[in-house]
Write a new protein. Structure first.
Length: 83
């Protein structure tokens, strides 16, 4: 048999620990990202509004979707009149 090299044993132990830790971190990160259902619903509504064209300006659901989208990206309510 080969003699056990302490440096190699430590290196392999550290490598195995790093692999396990990064696998655990990735699985936690993916589980947090797997629940953006409201964003998908807003995206679907925005697509519907895009297909309505000019008529979307009078649609209350489109106005609500636009406001939610604005709040998501800008943080806060849009100002009236573009000011």
């Amino acid at each position: 048999m080969f003699p056990i090299n302490p440096g190699r044993l430590i290196a392999l132990t550290l490598l195995a620990t790093a692999v396990v830790a990064s696998t655990a971190a990735c699985s936690r990160h993916q589980s947090r990202q797997s629940s953006p259902a409201p964003a998908a619903a807003i995206s679907d509504e925005l697509e519907r509004c895009r297909q309505l064209g000019v008529d979307a300006e009078r649609d209350p659901a489109c106005r609500a979707a636009w406001e939610k989208n604005w709040q998501h990206f800008m943080g806060g309510k849009p100002s009236k009149g573009g000011k």
